[in-house]
Design a protein around this ligand. Structure first.
Ligand code: 6PG
Length: 260
């Protein structure tokens, strides 16, 4: 929040289609990584799940592969489905298929959530402790949440982001860094970073493509929206640290003046 108490608006970048937005977001991600490495000697990224980030990850694994010092990049997840590691719904598996297997990021720098753990709550608590240990070494932000250099997110048609769905306990300002949650999605049980950790990040990129996302994107960008109803609206607390990377069809519900 700015000093006046009014949230500074997020940046909104509209591209012709999902391919163009993925390329632009990959270029911007590479710049954020370089800036973090220059300032702090390392970069921590929380990866998004779902389908939208695939093209971005592919760009990072090809076009930008050799422009990134992967040895100093640490990869985390914003959420994970509670499924066996090889399950097609695993966010780790998607990142492996599109990014991890192609880049020289040391295994010790890759920090998956334990989606296969029989005790999701314990796995979430351990992940939160790991974040506090690994990220709090950096200048932590005012609310003492672990601070990522870059958080990549998507948005669902219902306005969820990561695995923070409407009415989620992960929206609470007092939520721990990571939680096990039950959601209306498939699979229902998930591990997710919580909103305080997301909005503490130095940079947040929200990716949205397709007409089905237009209503959720417009709602999330409206200051009048209740985050309990549209969780992605809570990202406004991060102000201009948030950049929305959307295509024209996903931008259909927002005023042209809102596009930066
Ligand atoms: C997940 C993501 C979730 C996703 C949205 C959009 O694990 O599914 O964290 O928040 O970003 O559901 O998914 P698509 O990119 O597939 O539309």
């Amino acid at each position: 929040m700015s000093g006046s108490g009014h949230a500074v608006p997020a940046l909104v970048r509209v591209h012709t289609d999902s391919c163009a937005l993925a390329a632009a977001a990959a270029d911007a991600s590479t710049a954020v990584i370089a800036e973090a490495l220059g300032r702090r000697g390392r970069c921590s990224i929380a990866l998004a799940g779902g389908e939208t980030p695939r093209a971005l990850y592919t760009h990072l694994a090809t076009t930008y592969r050799d422009r990134i010092d992967w040895e100093r990049v640490h990869l985390f997840w914003g959420d994970e489905r509670v499924v066996a590691p090889g399950d097609a719904r695993s966010n780790f598996r998607m990142a492996w298929e599109t990014l991890l297997q192609y880049v020289p990021c040391p295994a010790s720098n890759v920090h998956p959530m334990s989606g296969g753990d029989p005790d999701p709550a314990a796995a979430a608590a351990r992940y939160g402790e790991q974040l506090t240990r690994l990220l709090d070494g950096e200048p932590a932000c005012a609310n003492r949440s672990p601070t990522f250099d870059l958080v990549l997110l998507g948005i669902g048609t219902d306005g969820h982001t990561a695995s923070i769905f409407p009415g989620s306990p992960a929206l609470a300002a007092t939520a721990p860094p990571a939680m096990a949650v039950t959601t209306p999605a498939d699979p229902p049980r998930r591990l997710t970073l919580t909103m305080p950790v997301l909005v503490a990040a130095r940079a947040l990129f929200v990716l949205a493509a397709g007409a089905t996302k237009a209503q959720a994107v417009a709602a999330a960008l409206s200051p009048a929206t209740n985050p309990q109803v549209v969780p992605a609206a809570a990202l406004r607390a991060a102000g201009a640290r948030v950049t929305w990377w959307i295509d024209r069809t996903a931008a259909a519900g927002i005023d042209a003046g809102r596009i930066t």
